[in-house]
Write a protein that binds this ligand. Structure first.
Ligand code: NAD
Ligand code: WQD
Length: 346
């Protein structure tokens, strides 16, 4: 019997890539998603890649009876990977209560279900946003967690606090919180990838949508940062590397290898890349000249952040394998392939 892992948000960007990696590693995925930011068609695409359509339940985890009922119906779930969350920074400033409600209530209901059914392991999607602008770079897991600049970011900080408080009296359970830096790219098949609704917030989908002609130009936010070329620096990580880290984390939890009930790992490449370097990488691999211009800084953006990944390297035995160029090429292939063959009602 394959071990069942509940993947909340499993039709989303990172979740769908993780379901692929989980299934390829021999696990059975049970996906819960309310499809508020993803599409049911993703399940068919996962089946095309892995030969198996994951089990799927469509509901909002804020519905307590639905979430608790799920654990009744799948009593053999051995672990949970909790991706489901609202994630737009700008939207969270406009609608803070929706963000606090969705991201925190869903987590609380999941923990109630896990407690009742004694599910021993959770991997939680956290973010480098909890570091704000770190005092030292690369940033380690020991760095001070600051009050994030957005309500979205604050839901990640508070979620980590909820998890730590919960674990104080639930000794049979372990949680690994993975602080992602900037996930980019798509599955090499070109069948799944990042699909923002409306105008993309994030750099790479904006680049690929501009290159394909959906957007007129990319606005580069700020050229007066204290960085070598004046543009902001991030740590861009290929989503398939990120997805693989979740399988490794699940295996650590199920093997009882945790050194502490609440462990935190940075997931990045360890390399800082400027916006201009990211654009040049895209142009190199795509052969497309990108139309961009410089505008003012975007409010709330930090100047530079990249990960110290030594803890994930040594403790998880995980490291990013893909280069920035690999990730850009898969993002571009996904954009082109998707526009040729979009989901049915687009
Ligand atoms: P995504 O929006 O593509 O996926 C999240 C999925 O969760 C969506 O399919 C959405 O429909 C679903 N969902 C949201 N609220 C739900 C609820 N209450 N009940 C059921 N389903 C719900 O986002 P993603 O980029 O795949 O991000 C996954 C996780 O990683 C999120 O927790 C996000 O905050 C975190 N994260 C993302 C990034 C990033 O840059 N993409 C960086 C750091 C952390
Ligand atoms: C990257 C760089 C922009 C768009 C956000 C969240 C963070 C995390 C990841 C979830 C920045 C610049 C962008 C554009 C640009 N998500 N940029 N023009 O801001 O590092 O992080 O997503 O946890 O919490 O804040 O990612 O991709 O939006 O921006 O110049 O049109 O690209 O200013 O320097 P960011 P991003």
């Amino acid at each position: 019997m394959k071990k069942k892992v509940l993947v909340t948000g499993g039709t989303g960007y990172i979740g769908s890539h993780t379901v692929v990696e989980l299934q390829e590693a021999g696990y059975e995925a049970v996906v819960v998603d309310d499809l508020s930011n993803s599409r049911e068609e993703i399940l068919g695409r996962i089946a095309q890649i892995t030969g198996k359509r994951p089990l799927f339940e469509k509901f909002n985890l804020c519905r307590q009876e639905k979430t608790l009922g799920l654990f009744d119906r799948y009593p053999d779930i051995v672990a949970v990977i909790h991706f489901a969350a609202l994630k737009s920074v700008g939207e969270s400033v406009a609608r803070p209560l929706d963000y606090y409600y969705n991201n925190l209530v869903s987590l609380i209901h999941l923990l109630e279900g896990m407690k009742k059914h004694r599910v021993p392991a959770m991997v939680f999607s956290s973010s480098c946003t909890v570091y704000g602008q770190p005092d030292q770079l690369p940033v380690t897991e020991e760095a001070q967690v600051k009050r994030p600049a957005s309500p979205y970011g604050n839901t990640k900080k508070i979620s980590e606090e909820i998890l730590q408080d919960f674990l104080v009296n639930h000794h049979a359970m372990g949680v690994i919180s993975l602080r992602y830096f900037n996930p980019i790219g798509a599955h090499p098949s070109g069948l799944i990838g990042e699909l923002p609704q409306g105008i993309p917030d994030n750099l790479v989908p904006f680049i690929t949508q501009t290159a394909i002609g959906l957007r007129k130009e990319l606005k580069v936010f700020g050229r007066d940062y204290n960085t070598p070329d004046g543009t902001a620096i991030r740590d861009y990580l290929h989503v398939t590397d990120l997805a693989r880290a979740h399988v490794v984390a699940i295996e650590r939890l199920l093997a009882g290898q945790q050194k502490h009930p609440f462990e935190v790992f940075n997931l990045g490449t360890g390399q800082g890349v400027s916006v201009l370097e990211a654009i040049r990488s895209f142009e190199r691999v795509s052969g497309v000249k990108l139309n961009y211009r410089f505008v003012d800084r975007r409010p709330g953006d930090v100047e530079k952040v990249w990960a110290d990944t030594r803890l994930a390297n040594t403790e998880l035995g995980w490291e990013a394998r893909s280069t920035l160029d690999d990730a850009m090429l898969t993002a571009w292939n996904w954009e082109k392939k998707y526009r040729e063959n979009p989901f049915s009602d687009e």
